[in-house]
Design a binder for this molecule. Structure first.
Ligand SMILES: *[C@@H]1O[C@H](CO)[C@@H](O)[C@H](O)[C@H]1NC(C)=O
Ligand SMILES: *[C@@H]1O[C@H](CO)[C@@H](O)[C@H](O)[C@H]1NC(C)=O
Length: 345
């Protein structure tokens, strides 16, 4: 449409020199604006209204789908109990939703055996917002992202990267981190479904641009970024260098409050020493107890649990309260922040 208009303009403007210059300018502007719109696609947004009292409460679990084994069912039961107590609004999954190789298709029974028939508590019948982990990429990723799963269980929402807005209180930025890590691209032992994300370089560049624009525009009190892979971690996998290099500078530039991830099968809280960012790992939804914790800066390391469990978050405009629970629902670690009292870096 625009192109044919341009062609028409071209014909009628052909006559004079002055209008030829005008034409050049129009074409230039068109090229610049189309360049901007094609490379800054908006991330898909969802609205999740806070409660009437102005708070948002949710649970975070990761690395879980093992048909109830490795204490997945025990963790699920405790999530139901705590979810009820907190009257949660939704659940966040930090990925590795289905072991060992994601879902084979939309009719894969793992969806029922590892999700629908496991998280059965009444309090967990809320929206689930999920990202993909590296194990999910070993299956049919399109199946896990498919709206067909929402017909089987309406709680399920998994997309590569997206945003959830909770009015002016919080904005959640879900980021597809698996394509960042080059080790999967060169992994000869496993097959990955890279359809829709290759070439990786362009995919990541666009994703980072979109995230940068969305974070810059955000006026939410709490900016929370969620991805499967670690940025800071003393766990088995340690830090993901590609995220430290490419994602972290964007989080720092926009005063992100929290980065929440899974991947390491533990519960963990690390405070950044040179920015407000709190790093929370909740990747303990089933198999845990790796027993290989790395040395870490003791000032930054606030908490580490080498075992199963999950995390709860309670946010208001001014306050955040994070609690970690073990497989028996016992409170292991609590972290509070009041934004008014907290002096900015
Ligand atoms: C499951 O949790 C129990 C504690 O209730 C613990 O004794 C057991 O080792 C855990 N099992 C696994 C496979 O982690
Ligand atoms: C959530 O946090 C607010 C503010 O800190 C507090 O008043 C409220 O009691 C908390 N709610 C729950 C269920 O923990």
């Amino acid at each position: 449409m625009i192109l044919s208009n341009l062609a028409m303009a071209c014909l009628s403007y052909e006559r004079t020199r002055a209008s030829r210059l005008h034409l050049v300018l129009v074409v230039l502007l068109y090229c610049i604006s189309s360049e901007i719109s094609s490379s800054f696609a908006e991330l898909q947004r969802f609205e999740h209204a806070p409660k009437d009292d102005g708070s948002i409460r949710f649970l975070v679990v990761g690395d879980w789908g093992r048909r109830g084994f490795y204490n997945q069912s025990k963790v699920a039961w405790q999530m139901g109990r705590i979810g009820e107590k907190l009257d949660i609004d939704f659940v966040i999954s930090t990925g590795d939703n289905f072991y060992g190789d994601g879902l084979k298709g939309v009719n894969d029974l793992a969806f029922l055996d590892s999700f629908k028939n496991i998280y059965t508590a009444k309090s967990l019948q809320k929206q689930w917002y999920s990202v993909l982990g590296n194990h999910d990429y070993r299956g049919n990723t399109e199946a896990q992202l498919s709206p067909a799963l929402r017909k089987i269980d309406s709680r399920w929402l998994c997309l590569r990267s997206f945003i959830v807005n909770a009015a002016e209180i919080a904005e959640f930025f879900f980021v597809d981190t698996t394509p960042f890590a080059t080790k999967y691209i060169t992994d000869k032992k496993h097959q990955y479904d890279w359809s829709g994300v290759s070439p990786h370089g362009a995919y990541i560049t666009n994703l980072l641009k979109d995230l940068n624009v969305a974070l810059r525009k955000s006026s939410a009190k709490w900016k929370i970024v969620i991805g499967h892979h670690t940025i800071r971690s003393a766990g088995h996998h340690g830090e993901t260098q590609e995220l430290v290099r490419h994602l972290l500078p964007i989080l720092k530039a926009h005063n992100v409050d929290m980065y929440i991830n899974g991947h390491d099968h533990c519960l963990q809280h690390i405070s950044s020493l040179n920015s407000p960012i709190q790093y929370f790992t909740s990747g303990a939804g089933s198999k845990a107890w790796r027993g290989d914790i790395k040395e870490y800066n003791s000032e930054a390391m606030k908490f580490f649990h080498d075992g199963q469990g999950f995390m709860s978050v309670n946010l208001t405009r001014s306050d955040a309260l994070i609690v970690f629970y073990d497989v028996l629902g016992r409170i292991l670690h609590t972290w509070k922040l009041n934004k008014q009292l907290h002096s900015a870096f």
